[in-house]
Design a protein around this ligand. Structure first.
Ligand code: ADP
Ligand code: MG
Length: 216
């Protein structure tokens, strides 16, 4: 697979009009470096390993990918974002909701430890399209069979290095074992220790690797 070429404007991506219009209303006039490089790959459905710094706009890169492929009439979980902490999960969920503002009825649910499990279970029963959460709590819902990921299209591992540092590798592996294939896997990390490379080699399919050194 040749790597899809970078783009310099959001317009040159085949984004659906409600996503594109909304970017303007959010004040996102130009893609950041990571978005320029990663969006063509993400929107082509390829697996991606991306290394870039905090604050570079990674959330919108994978958020636009999740939303572009979403069928909001289908109340199945289609996207899963794993984050190291509740604070990050809340920020990611908020950004995805902002990006989806002009798309009708997109349900983004956060599932993190420290919140009431039963309340999360009843939210899950009402259906969701995208789940954002921490690996431990997601694994717990899978174990209790209150969460099904059998219709998942895209898995995002956000801040993968921090998740491994925090000891989430076993939970991530347990989650991965339940996910359908083929699916798209997107991995974002600031650093690339061997453990990340090893995990990527097991769970990804011909990933394209990009590295963004400079911020926009
Ligand atoms: P990262 O995950 O890489 O640390 P974030 O996704 O949290 O970075 O984005 C950092 C900030 O940049 C957020 O406030 C976000 O709203 C903003 N942002 C993202 N993309 C753009 C863009 N294309 N134009 C302007 N601001 C952007
Ligand atoms: Mg981030």
């Amino acid at each position: 697979m040749t790597t899809p070429a970078p783009v310099t404007t959001f317009d040159s991506l085949s984004l659906n009009p409600s996503l594109l219009n909304n970017l303007t209303s959010l004040g996102y006039h130009q893609p950041t470096s990571i978005q320029t490089q990663s969006l063509p790959i993400i929107l082509a459905g390829e697996d991606l390993i991306a290394q870039s710094k905090t604050g570079s706009g990674k959330t919108a890169a994978f958020g636009l990918g999740l939303l572009q492929q979403l069928d909001s009439k289908d109340f199945t979980i289609q996207g899963l974002v794993l984050c190291p902490t509740r604070e990050l999960a809340d920020q990611v969920a908020e950004e995805i909701r902002r990006l989806a503002r002009q798309m009708p009825n997109v349900k983004v649910l956060t599932l993190c430890g420290g919140s009431n499990l039963a309340a999360q279970q009843s939210s899950l029963q009402q259906g969701a399209h995208i789940i954002v959460g921490t690996p431990g709590r997601i694994e717990e819902h899978l174990r209790q069979q209150t969460l099904s990921l059998s219709g998942l299209k895209t898995l995002v591992l956000d801040e993968a290095d921090r998740m491994l540092e925090m000891g989430f590798q076993p939970a991530i592996e347990a989650i991965l074992a339940t996910l359908p294939t083929p699916r798209q896997t997107l991995l974002f990390s600031a650093t690339f220790p061997d453990a990340i490379a090893q995990m990527a080699s097991h769970v990804m399919h011909n990933p394209i690797t990009i590295k963004v050194a400079i911020q926009h």
